[in-house]
Design a protein around this ligand. Structure first.
Ligand code: GAL
Length: 666
């Protein structure tokens, strides 16, 4: 857990790219800008160990001492994200390979295979040296392991990985009979008579074995996690009291972050919304903050990276207009961040990211709008100590499950179904309604939620049905949608009617599904006499206890249920058999939330985000006006003093364009 009493502010600092004369200026400017934390050493391996076993930390000592003299703390990296040239020359086999067998060479970054013993040992040795050397330095307040694991190399398919995969499979299945059964290898003559016959799912003529693909994802996520865990353990041996993180990447698919999050002391992520994406971009960014907070069990997280102005890796890298960086920063804080950091402190002169924005741009600090905005925000955050450690409390959980995502990404399915977009559609309702929401895994802790939504939970792992049953029986409201409860953890279809294992609590069973071609509209007739539309898909549902809240009127199966509701135990279970249009979804979810007394803290026009953070008896109401027009907000009985301006607000308040209020509620 973070141990801060202030909000953190700062960014990645790469002093090795600059002459020492610039460091003094950096420290002075950091003070001006209210910087109190920098991430140091992330890509410094070659400088810290210029030759095998020759560690040179004197320059880093000087940087850290200088920062310390200026009251700036350090998030010290293990520096293992980019292996040095000498290591690659010595052990070229540490380079990763893609699914076609192409070697990914050095000359950029992240060119290592997680199963290479040479990489692993060298990374562990460097981590140990750093941990020993800096264990007592008062400036070092947290550790930053590696950097964005998997961002460029989300999987390696080399022979070392093949061997490690076999070991992983032996541990999982013990016998080849069990593996053959789990992988369904009677299909297409895929039967294995010897472990050595098994390989990673490299490029195949057509669709590869689904269970093999999912197991490879699990294996690979575990392989990279093992790297992280090794560094984590080394650090903990030396500085058990300091919090450790690795920076996540929001909705990054290759690794199961629910598993990973168990091995960090606090979560953090790197946020790069495209300024051209408007409200959709904001909503997705909000969802990623919510995910990061949820992965950390609701504890405060860090916004580890964002850009002050513009990135350099999109086809078109537009600037954030004035004010937007501040609003984005407050969006993070309002959703549970205890710190706002940037990539990076000073814009690079050379290298592949030389056109990337920074807190100090190429023009220097004094003449720069960007630096002015950065420094203004830094000073402002210094006045918000009261927020440190406060939490967002959600009564709604959305199941976001990585193995399920992997399953829905397999080539073979009844129709294309973009799991992430669909999950985000559900999040979007809560975002627009200003209702806090967490993301949970299918086998996570759902206690504390009144409503859990599990869109498209195709893969129902053993035990998950019982978890849902208990949740609903005990009074929870559960909503799921078409193509749920279809397969087990090995991607074997659960026979006897779809949604079979949860059909009792849903009060339905599904006989067939009927994906719809693009453009075909299904007519939905609601029990209250209203009409709406659906598209993409419909399940052919049989009621067995549930009532149909809506039916389809133009499907060849007459009046097939589109939306069902079932009372089960003390709770309710809903099933959406078709892709309802956004308005109908909003109407249904609004009515469910009304039934559960889930209410937004304020009445605000679209484009205004409202969130609450709480600590002991203090409650902080954030209001963010993302629009370019004034917004009239009804505070619904809340009153309080704005921490930013010191003004009191009650009744109604008008937010200026792009204004942020943080009311300390009475
Ligand atoms: C992040 C990465 C940083 C930097 C940044 C540029 O993904 O962690 O090192 O490359 O992107 O936007």
């Amino acid at each position: 857990m973070l141990q801060n009493t202030h909000l953190y502010y700062g960014g990645d600092y790469n002093p090795e790219q600059w002459p020492e004369s610039v460091w003094q200026e950096d420290a002075r400017l950091m003070q001006t800008a209210g910087v109190n934390l920098v991430s140091l050493g992330i890509f410094s391996w070659a400088k810290l160990e210029p030759a095998p076993g020759q560690y040179e930390f004197a320059w880093l000592d000087r940087v850290i001492d200088l920062l310390h003299q200026h009251g700036i703390s350090v998030d010290l990296a293990t520096a293992t994200a980019s292996p040095p040239a000498w290591l690659v020359r010595r052990y070229p086999e540490l380079l990763p390979q893609d699914a076609n067998g192409t070697v990914l060479h050095s000359g950029s970054r992240q060119h290592y295979c997680p199963n290479s013993p040479h990489y692993r040992e060298a990374a562990a040795a460097l981590t140990r040296q750093l941990a020993e050397h800096y264990r007592h330095h008062p400036a070092v307040v947290m550790w930053h392991i590696n950097n964005e694991y998997g961002c460029h190399v989300a999987s390696c398919f080399c022979d070392r990985c093949a061997a490690a995969f076999r070991g992983w499979l032996k541990a999982r299945y013990a016998t080849l009979d069990a593996l053959n059964e789990a992988w369904g290898t009677a299909f297409w003559s895929q039967w294995y008579g010897d472990w050595e016959e098994i390989f990673p799912p490299r490029k195949t003529p057509t669709m590869a074995n689904p269970a093999q693909q999912i197991d490879y994802k699990r294996f690979y996520s575990d392989s990279v996690l093992a790297l992280h865990r090794r560094e984590y353990e080394i650090i903990k041996e030396h500085t058990p009291g300091l919090p450790v993180t690795t920076n996540f990447m929001g909705f990054f698919g290759p690794f199961d972050y629910h598993q990973w999050a168990r091995h960090v002391d606090f979560t953090s992520w790197d946020s790069y919304p495209d300024p051209n994406d408007g409200v959709n971009g904001l909503a997705v960014n909000a969802a990623a903050h919510d995910l990061t907070r949820s992965l950390g069990g609701g504890k405060p997280f860090l916004l580890m990276e964002q850009v002050s102005s513009q990135v350099s890796w999109r086809p078109v890298n537009s600037l954030k207009p004035p004010g937007q960086m501040r609003l984005h920063s407050y969006q993070a804080v309002s959703r549970g961040a205890d710190g706002v950091l940037f990539f990076q402190w000073r814009a690079a002169r050379a290298g592949a990211e030389k056109y990337h924005g920074a807190m100090v741009p190429h023009v220097g600090a004094e003449r720069s709008r960007v630096f002015r905005e950065v420094a203004d925000l830094g000073r402002e955050l210094q006045t918000l100590d009261a927020l440190a450690g406060s939490r967002v409390r959600a009564k709604v959980g959305i199941v976001f499950d990585y193995p399920n995502w992997w399953a829905l990404n397999l080539e073979s399915k009844p129709a294309q179904l973009d799991y992430l977009s669909r999950v985000l559609e559900y999040h979007r309702f809560f975002y627009d309604a200003n209702l806090p929401v967490d993301f949970v895994s299918a086998d996570g802790d759902w206690s504390g939620y009144r409503l859990v939504l599990a869109p498209h939970l195709c893969q129902l792992r053993t035990g998950v049905d019982e978890r849902i049953r208990t949740f609903v029986r005990d009074g929870g409201t559960f909503l799921t949608t078409y193509f749920s409860g279809i397969t087990d953890e090995n991607e074997h279809v659960i026979l006897g009617g779809y949604a079979g294992k949860i059909s009792d609590l849903l009060g339905i069973w599904v006989e067939e599904w009927d994906p719809q071609p693009p453009g075909r509209i299904l007519h939905v007739q609601w029990a209250d006499g209203t009409h709406s539309e659906a598209s993409d898909w419909c399940d052919l549902v049989h009621l067995q206890g549930a009532s149909a809240l809506a039916v389809l009127t133009n499907h060849f199966i007459s009046k097939t249920p589109a939306v069902t509701q079932n009372a089960y135990g003390k709770g309710q279970a809903y099933y959406l058999a078709a892709q309802l249009d956004a308005a109908a979804r909003t109407k249904l979810l609004s009515s469910i939330c009304r039934d559960l007394d889930l209410e937004a803290p304020v009445d605000a026009p679209p484009g205004v985000e409202a969130t609450l953070r709480e600590k002991n008896s203090s409650r902080f109401l954030f209001l963010l006006n993302h629009t370019n027009t004034p917004a009239d907000v009804c505070l619904k009985g809340h009153a309080g003093r704005d921490l930013l301006s010191g003004k009191n607000h009650n009744g109604r308040t008008i937010l200026a364009p792009q204004e942020t209020l943080i009311l300390n509620l009475d």
